[in-house]
Design a protein around this ligand. Structure first.
Ligand SMILES: C[S@@+](CC[C@H](N)C(=O)[O-])C[C@H]1O[C@@H](n2cnc3c(N)ncnc32)[C@H](O)[C@@H]1O
Length: 422
């Protein structure tokens, strides 16, 4: 076990590294956005949810700021729900209660004991044993029990799973499939050390079940012999191929990977958001844009494909940052690429905006509002017409919404990629 993630009673706290802190910030902000969205209805007075932290650790870090501490992921979840409830109730006539259950587990008993004493000395101590459940065990072993627990509370299974494994092998793909097949409203934040997997391959790799589940088969391994000598492009193609495999094997409809580099062990980690819901994916993308943090996205931002993407070779662009300059480039690229995609999809003469969002959902770092902007420009140019959900037509250039429908004009202009703006 790595020193940065070791907790023992009476021992010094592990020091938090910057990339772990960033990851926790994403969870903090995502919870805020999540509750604002799912509890937006002012008439709603109760929200039932289960938050699972199945690699919970000991609950507290040394923040490396003169004795200050930094709460770990289980405390981030507890505080996130408390803050969300207080914020939702500000100015609300009918108060809402977030009825949350917390399932925290870790394979190590000493880590869980540390977490227990951390919670005991916190404002959440009264909830230990009632809404906070602690259990020693491996994630894959505990999962069936967790699924039963969640479904017993709510058939739709509204839940968020934080799966912050250290390496890559403790969240098997069959567990992910089990999760997405059993719980309709589950969302997962998965940490996956892609570079640890690639480093493991070394010079004499062979296919075995632990890595085969992530697409590392004989074909991958023969390409890896070339890829591994190209530190930039070859490695990123290998990383994207593994992502593609996870995306297709997980059972989740939407998969949004972000990359984060750990300076201490020089490895790229992936933090992926998985869900069955396009709006959830959009919210998570929004958090990354907003925090503009040290996360990167592999490849271009506009429309991309995981695995091998010829355009990465052409442009040598394998990393995309969530900063404003990149957003401008992304929008310019979208302005030239999206019309062709819309034209291909609109074959029957119309296309629901929601369907477009779902179809390209896994292939862009653009948020829905970025896409609406580009669609709005197409409508202003009268390349497409927009029908509202009530059947009426929108004036060209009016703001687009997810429940609109795109319609090919009676006399369609031929969609040609627009020249990139200088
Ligand atoms: C990266 S640390 C988690 C840090 C924590 N999420 C946080 O942000 O504070 C990973 C934890 O997973 C635990 N672990 C390792 N293998 C596991 C498994 N198969 N199932 C559950 N926990 C495991 C380790 O003991 C360690 O505490």
């Amino acid at each position: 076990m790595v020193k940065n993630f070791t907790w023992r009673a009476g021992s010094v706290l592990p020091k938090i590294e910057e990339h772990s802190d960033r990851k926790l910030q994403v969870i903090e902000r995502y919870l805020e956005v999540y509750f604002d969205t799912v509890a937006a209805n002012p008439r709603q007075d109760r929200l039932n949810i289960t938050l699972v932290d199945a690699f919970c650790g000991g609950g507290l870090y040394d923040a490396c700021q003169g004795g200050a501490t930094r709460p770990g992921s289980p405390l981030v979840l507890l505080e996130g729900v408390r803050r969300a409830e207080a914020k939702l109730n500000l100015g609300r006539i009918k108060p809402i209660r977030i009825d949350a259950d917390f399932l925290f587990s870790d394979a190590r008993a000493d880590h869980l004991e540390h977490l227990q004493s951390t919670i005991q000395s916190s404002e959440f101590s009264d909830s230990l044993g009632s809404s906070i459940h602690l259990k020693v065990g491996k994630f894959s072993d505990l999962l069936p029990e967790y699924i039963r627990h969640i479904r017993a509370r709510q058939t739709a299974g509204r839940s968020i799973f934080i799966l912050d494994q250290f390496g890559y092998s403790d969240v098997p793909m069959r567990s992910m499939q089990q999760l997405f097949a059993s719980l309709k409203k589950v969302e997962v934040l998965l940490t996956f050390s892609i570079d640890a997997l690639l480093n493991y391959l070394g010079d004499n790799p062979s296919v075995e079940s632990t890595i085969a589940q992530f697409g590392v088969d004989t074909s991958f391994l023969s390409k890896w012999q070339d890829w591994k000598f190209d530190a930039a492009l070859g490695r990123s193609t290998a990383q994207r191929t593994i992502m593609e495999s996870i995306a297709s094997q997980s059972g989740a409809k939407f998969f949004t990977p972000f990359m984060l580099r750990s300076p201490s062990d020089h490895r790229w980690m992936m933090l992926a958001h998985l869900s069955q819901n396009q709006a959830a994916r959009d919210k998570m993308l929004g958090v990354h844009w907003e925090l503009q943090n040290s996360f990167k996205h592999m490849g271009r931002g506009s429309l991309y494909q995981l695995g091998f993407d010829q355009r990465c070779i052409e442009s040598s662009a394998s990393l995309f940052n969530f900063v404003e300059g990149d957003r401008a480039t992304m929008i310019t690229e979208l302005e030239s690429e999206l019309p062709r995609r819309v034209f291909d999809l609109i074959r029957g003469g119309e296309l629901a905006v929601q369907s477009l969002l779902e179809i390209i959902g896994n292939q862009t770092a653009a948020t829905n509002s970025d896409l609406f902007l580009v669609l709005g420009a197409l409508s202003a140019d009268r390349d497409i017409e927009i029908r509202k959900s009530n059947g009426g037509m929108k004036r060209p250039g009016t703001a687009i919404a997810a429940n609109d429908t795109l319609i090919l004009p009676v006399q369609p202009k031929f969609f040609l990629p627009k020249p990139a703006r200088k």
